[in-house]
Design a protein around this ligand. Structure first.
Ligand SMILES: [Zn+2]
Length: 298
């Protein structure tokens, strides 16, 4: 029988993002606690601490921004740099699914500026738009926090307070990850805004609030003025929609010759870049794919 106390603990520990508004809708905020998601990402991709921290921030940012969207609308946060980290990628759906990965530059050393020079690109995939809405800014600090605030100001002209906080344990593993985005919408009161930004500056780290037992909603209530309305509160999970079947559909695109070659050299492992899942093609899978290719040719 499942232990009720354990289940309750698990539910309490589940990551969550809340979207709240205040001051008659002139200020909005999204708060995410993404610890479990970030830990899962680090484990799946076997990340060293620097990459794990940057990915945790990107996952927080994507989840927080996605909470401003609808249903299956998506946000992609992608930083590309020339440092020893080449790519930090996170993708989130409004309904709480998030996934992401880190890519390294093999020949670059030094950890002082992990991403080095580069860009931050934000893509929004929205229901009513045929093409993704894309904004790109140059990396400022390469920590993603400053870069995201800069993006909002430069690309969307929305003054925003951003914090993406991560703490690591002595073992280099993610201990806590949390983020907040506060945005001034048209008509926002400057005095209120200044108070919010000052509050965000004054707290050492969101992780300290999390450690003392605050959840995402309580952090939103602490940060925003009293007349807060909770718009949504959504559990967040590291989740990827990849399946072996989807991979097989993609393989049909590479053609018969390449498939035969893969089979001959025993290349049967498929790894999902986004979540690290591994799938293995059996002899039957190869037969099925080749048959489908031949059938489509006739
Ligand atoms: Zn996957």
């Amino acid at each position: 029988m499942p232990d009720l106390a354990q289940l309750k603990q698990k539910y309490r520990n589940r990551d969550r993002v809340v979207h709240a508004i205040a001051c008659d809708g002139t200020i909005r905020a999204s708060v995410v606690v993404s610890t479990v998601t970030a830990q899962e990402a680090q484990r799946r991709h076997s990340l060293e601490p620097v990459g794990a921290v940057l990915l945790a921030r990107a996952l927080s940012a994507a989840s927080a921004m996605a909470s401003f969207l609808k249903g299956e609308e998506r946000i992609i946060v992608e930083a590309k740099g020339s440092g020893f980290i080449r790519t930090v990628y996170a993708e989130a759906l409004q309904l709480g699914e998030v996934r992401g990965f880190v890519e390294y530059n093999a020949n670059v050393n030094g950890k002082s500026s992990p991403l080095g020079k580069g860009v931050l690109q934000i893509r929004k995939i929205l229901y009513n738009k045929a093409e993704p809405i894309t904004g790109i800014v140059e990396l400022q600090a390469g920590n993603l926090t400053t870069d995201l605030a800069h993006y909002f100001w430069q690309s969307e002209q929305i003054p925003s307070g951003v914090r993406l906080d991560v703490t690591l344990g002595d073992d280099g593993k993610i201990e806590c990850s949390a983020g907040i985005i506060v945005q001034a919408l048209p008509g926002a009161d400057q005095v209120q805004l200044r108070r919010i930004y000052q509050f965000l500056d004054s707290i050492g780290s969101l992780c300290e609030l999390v450690r003392t037992g605050y959840n995402a909603e309580e952090i939103a209530r602490q940060t925003l003025p009293a007349d807060i309305t909770l718009f949504s509160s959504t559990p967040v999970d590291f989740f990827c929609r990849c399946t072996k079947e989807r991979f097989k559909e993609l393989l049909l695109g590479i053609g018969e010759e390449e498939l035969i070659h893969m089979r001959q050299v025993g290349q049967n492992e498929l790894v999902c870049q986004y979540c690290g899942a591994r799938y293995y093609l059996t002899s039957e899978d190869f037969d099925e794919l080749l048959e489908q290719l031949r059938a489509s040719r006739n």
